[in-house]
Design a protein around this ligand. Structure first.
Ligand code: UD1
Length: 367
């Protein structure tokens, strides 16, 4: 019997694991193991996603927790080496671009275990992002590269990856979004009520904010400028801001006044977040996944970054890069407030079937 071993560790991995795990579970004579590295460990960053996706608890949790990049990556590698040697999986499946992804890919490739990378080929061109290093190196040692968009295929070919390893399957994140969206709709009224906001069916009455990239949180001057512009925007429209632990830590040290219309909350569970996102007038973010979800949902997205590894969201979708000039953010929001429709096209193969394609390829390859 073939064993497929999934490695996940951080919040954005779990919504990609869920559809792939479920599609593989429908195949005969295979077994699956899920290893959680423990990179994200707070309930709200981890457990709540397994509950909402009705995923079984991970078979193994390495509980590595936080640390420097070197320590976190090394601890994960040491833990995974023993597990891979004990279980002899046919293949390791890794997701996206977090430290857990690279650690698993390095360990598996040195043990001659094939690596399948879900969301391969994305490139921001910015090697100062730890995620960019993780993407490039993971792709180099992977045997099966599942790509979400054509630009990803082009990047991989340019980097010398053999085209026989590439599979353009679409976006698994959208599989989960499409599936969970109807359930999420029921939550919006009580959710907005909990923030003291009214639910109005005709017009979205708030914006949603997520900020957690080191490039925005670790430079205090940049973080202060972001909060000041958010304060200003929130004088026009309330902003709901679920705060990532990294950002919370930095915000707690700032000695500035926050507008009362800038509504901070804990990181939200998945269903709550997509309920808030799908009803919002716009999102302001530096997350990768939110750029994709907002494109699918048709919600205008203002990204506080100078580059994106998801160019399809700016070409076909609703995403606009703001870069460092935050006056552009204020102007963009003012325009949205005057005319809130942003034209968009859902990218090809973002159709809810990506995991089905991945599972078929994996099953046919190792049966
Ligand atoms: C990681 C990913 C990033 C992804 C993000 C989503 C890498 C390099 N980065 O960044 O690509 O977009 O997850 O969340 O892998 N912390 C907690 N509780 C938790 C998790 C983290 O308090 O459950 C705190 C820790 O103090 C840690 C900090 O948040 O120092 C950052 O966590 P870390 O896993 O290093 O990276 P993220 O910034 O979350």
């Amino acid at each position: 019997m073939n064993t497929y071993l999934h490695v996940v560790g951080a919040r954005p991995n779990f919504m990609k694991l869920a559809p792939v795990y479920k599609e593989l579970a429908s195949k005969p004579n295979i077994s699956q193991l899920v290893v959680h590295t423990g990179q994200h460990y707070d309930n709200l960053m981890s457990q709540v996603f397994f509950d909402q996706f009705q995923l079984p608890l991970p078979d193994i949790n390495l509980n590595v927790g936080s640390g420097t990049h070197a320590k976190q990556t090394a601890d994960i590698m040491i833990g995974l080496e023993k597990i891979f040697e004990n279980h002899h999986p046919s293949c390791i499946i890794v997701y996206r671009d977090v430290n857990s992804t690279l650690a698993a890919a390095l360990v598996a490739s040195k043990l001659y275990i094939p690596v399948a990378h879900v969301e391969a080929g994305l490139r921001s061109g910015d090697r100062k992002m730890p995620e960019e290093i993780n993407r490039i190196l993971t792709d180099q040692v992977s045997e099966l590269l599942f790509t979400p968009s054509e630009d990803a295929n082009n990047n991989l070919i340019r980097e010398g990856i053999d085209s026989s390893k590439l599979f353009y399957v679409g976006n698994v994140m959208i599989d989960t979004l499409k599936k969970m969206l109807p359930q999420s709709k029921k939550l919006i009224k009580p959710l907005l009520g909990s923030f003291g906001l009214n639910y109005v069916t005709t017009l979205p009455l708030y914006g949603l904010v997520t900020i957690h990239r080191p490039s925005n949180t670790d430079n205090i001057d940049k973080l202060i400028s972001i909060i000041l512009v958010l304060n200003k925007i929130s004088n026009k429209i309330p902003l709901i801001f679920p705060v990532h632990p990294r950002t919370r830590y930095k915000l707690d040290k700032l000695n500035i006044k926050f507008s009362k219309n800038l509504i901070f909350t804990e990181p939200t569970a998945y269903l709550d977040f997509i309920a808030l996102q799908s009803h919002s007038l716009f999102v302001i973010t530096d997350s990768g996944g939110v750029q994709e979800e907002s494109t699918y949902l048709g919600v205008p997205c203002l990204t506080i970054r100078s580059n994106t590894e998801r160019p399809v969201t700016t070409i076909l979708g609703t995403n606009k890069l703001i870069g460092d000039d935050l006056s552009l953010l204020y102007n963009a929001i003012s325009n949205i407030l005057m005319n809130y429709k942003t034209p968009h096209i859902i990218p090809p193969l973002w159709d809810g079937q990506a995991a089905q394609r991945i599972a078929k390829i994996l099953f046919d390859k190792y049966k």
